[in-house]
Ligand binder design. Structure first.
Ligand SMILES: [Mn+2]
Length: 396
């Protein structure tokens, strides 16, 4: 790689941070069964410890996303404890994820529930989550709703849209000036007929209605297989409504596979749209990059290191596309020339430049190898094996 490409990679990596999900370190399963890993985190503290390891070795994961029900069981009272874990393990609390889908009350929905008392309860949880975020100095409160219905005619879709609008507006009023509300969408599952926030258009309409600090969150797994995600990204950028990402890969539906494991070119194209937007507008897009994966079979910490490494590679490759040349090729309708700029960047091996960058930061050149040699996994396997053997019922 020539030195100018190497410099581009290093400059890009300086700006790239990605948030880890606390739930990615705990035992999870499918609806058919749960396979226990002896080393999985069993407490919020252990999740911070594991996330801290990934950050220690990669240097680019300073925050960990928290799930209110699983990580803050005592609600706002949990925040002091979490601050302690944060300073002990060197990772800060990141986005706060309310849980509006697990309690029995939410069987028929949260913000869209026909029962007013359940809607009120959901709103109270949303406000508590905002307060938790405020106490933890977290900027983003990230809303995903399981609300929907399974059979035609069983839900008043327009009425529920209205309830969602009102509840999101009211939650938005509780945000501090520097906080943001992220609205995530998903086409189906757990609801199989209609989902209240099923796509980016619905999320955009609701975020606009909620208020100026509400943006859309794109979870890459939450699209139909043929959907052009990078076009959605380009439109949201153009509307100044792209708040963040949940990265994961999928072959069929919301499979939660490792980022870039199935279609790395897809992720590259997403990063390219962001880089091209930044080149054209000469400003940084304010986007929270987050991982949303819970690995069922892979070792959890290794899977996260692999994810972060892949994310850096694809981001670095996208940084190699020459914006000026691409702009010229597009204006001249030079189709092969324009497409080749993307293909050549994608084909470039950026790994040596990334290793150089890591070296310059005092980070291990190969974080995976460093993790395998650290002895951390052996230690936590011993410490946690007994606890995990008795801990097969909780998702968190
Ligand atoms: Mn997600």
């Amino acid at each position: 790689m020539d030195s100018s490409n190497s410099a581009k990679v290093c400059a890009a990596l300086e700006t790239f941070r990605i948030e880890l999900p606390s739930w990615g370190f705990a035992n999870t399963g499918t609806r058919f069964g749960k396979f226990i890993q002896a080393a999985a985190a069993t407490t919020t503290e252990e999740k911070f410890s594991d996330a801290g390891q990934v950050h220690l070795l990669t240097g680019v994961c300073p925050t960990v996303a928290l799930h209110v029900l699983w990580d803050c069981p005592d609600g706002v009272k949990s925040t002091d404890e979490i601050k302690g874990y944060s300073s002990r393990y060197g990772v800060m609390p990141g986005s706060i994820n309310p849980n509006l889908f697990q309690d029995q009350e939410y069987k028929y929905g949260s913000f869209g529930n026909p029962d007013e008392s359940v809607r009120r309860r959901a709103l109270r949880h949303a406000k508590d989550s905002i307060e938790i975020a405020r106490r933890l100095n977290s900027r983003d409160i990230s809303f995903w709703f399981a609300d929907g219905s399974n059979y035609p005619g069983t839900a008043n879709i327009r009425q529920r849209k209205q309830w969602f609008t009102e509840a999101l507006k009211e939650a938005h009023q509780g945000l501090s000036p520097d906080q943001r509300m992220l609205v995530e969408y998903k086409p189906f599952e757990p609801a199989f007929y209609h989902t209240d926030i099923a796509d980016w258009g619905m999320a955009l309409v609701l975020a606009r209605a909620a208020g100026p600090k509400a943006k859309v969150l794109v979870d890459t797994g939450h699209h139909y297989a043929a959907q052009n995600i990078e076009q959605i990204v380009a439109w949201l950028l153009s509307e100044d409504m792209l708040g963040g990402f949940h990265f994961n890969d999928r072959r069929y539906a919301d499979d939660d596979l490792t980022m870039g494991s199935i279609d790395p070119y897809q992720v590259f194209r997403i990063f390219h749209e962001i880089r091209f937007f930044e080149w054209e507008t000469d400003r940084r897009a304010d986007i929270a990059y987050m991982v949303d994966q819970s690995h069922n079979l892979k070792g959890k910490i290794e899977a996260m290191i692999q994810t972060v490494t892949m994310a850096q590679q694809l981001f670095a490759k996208a940084a190699l596309v020459d914006g000026k040349k691409l702009d010229t090729a597009q204006k001249n309708c030079d189709l092969v020339g324009a497409e080749s700029l993307l293909q050549d960047a994608f084909a470039t091996d950026v790994r040596p430049a990334i290793q150089e960058w890591r070296d310059s930061k005092g980070l291990p050149k190969d974080p995976m190898e460093a993790f395998r040699q650290s002895g951390y996994l052996e230690r936590i396997t011993k410490e946690r094996a007994a606890k995990n053997a008795h801990n097969i019922s909780s998702y968190a």
